[in-house]
Design a protein around this ligand. Structure first.
Ligand code: NAP
Length: 241
């Protein structure tokens, strides 16, 4: 899809990969709806973008709240008249072994990474149907394909998202709604710091990855791959190099 002039909802837009994606999509001429919980961060990004004559809308939303997600999508559609692309990017990790992970943390992460994405899909599909089609990009993780000790909770949520995404792709194809799963690998953001549970473990894993020379992508690189996925509509998008 040519994203120029299209209306794009980006969740987790206040920081990291989502913030970089906002820059990429607005540069490509898209009208972007900025979604996260922190109104201040979103407003300050929107101010920068409006100074560059970009068309953006700030809708602070907790993606764990089904009613709030539905309201956000309705407000975005009322404002711009349609929704062309949803980028389900908001996400969080929980660190700790499966045998002892705090079940409340498991639920918390599941509610954002899986339920939050599902709420958004269910809210946008009727709008996309009315508009004759659209795209849904679900930001997963390479961790969902690995068996990394301490990351079972996070991996499980992203593995669930992978199958929701792949199945929705089949279900919605005939209605011209393309569903794409994106698989970032370790990316230089504050994601590790935002993890719940044994966060020291998560930080040890990230610094270990850096020491071992493992590739760590920039948020800008991942955002460019997300834009490329929106333009070329593959079933899955992986990072390269
Ligand atoms: N960084 C990595 O190494 C990596 C690797 C693979 C995949 N990923 C995936 O890429 C996506 C983005 O990660 P990132 O590294 O950019 O993370 P990040 O820097 O921690 O940013 C997370 C974003 O999600 C928002 N968010 C968190 N909880 C939310 C909620 N309940 N409702 C709405 N928004 C919420 C945060 O804003 P507020 O706090 O203001 O709500 C923030 O904008 C995630 O899905 C992550 O799983 C990341």
């Amino acid at each position: 899809m040519d994203v120029s002039g299209k209306v794009v909802i980006i969740t987790g837009a206040s920081e990291g990969i989502g913030r970089a994606a906002v820059q990429c999509f607005t540069e490509a001429g898209a009208k972007v709806v900025l979604v996260a919980r922190s109104r201040e961060k979103l407003e300050s990004l929107a101010e920068e973008l409006r100074a560059q004559k970009r068309d953006v809308l700030v809708l602070p939303t907790d993606m764990r709240d089904c009613g709030a997600v539905k309201l956000m999508v309705d407000q975005a559609c009322d404002h711009f008249g349609r929704i062309d692309i949803l980028i389900n990017n908001a996400g969080q990790s929980a660190a700790g072994p499966v045998a002892t992970i705090d079940v409340a943390h498991f639920r918390l992460i599941m509610e954002l990474n899986v339920y939050g994405a599902l709420y958004a899909i269910q809210a946008v599909v009727p709008k996309m149907r009315l508009g004759g089609g659209g795209e849904i990009l679900n930001i997963s993780s390479m961790v969902s394909k690995l068996r990394l000790p301490g990351l079972g909770t996070y991996a499980a949520t992203k593995a669930a998202l992978n199958l929701l995404s792949a199945t929705a792709r089949v279900e919605l194809a005939a209605e011209n709604i393309r569903v794409i799963t994106v698989f970032p690998r370790t990316t230089a953001t504050d994601f590790g710091k935002h993890a719940v549970g044994d966060t020291a473990l998560r930080e040890r894993q990230r610094s270990g990855a850096a020491r071992s020379g493992q590739v760590i992508d920039s948020a800008e690189y991942v955002a460019k791959k997300i834009l490329e996925a929106a333009q070329t509509e593959p079933e899955e998008m992986y990072m390269e190099g």
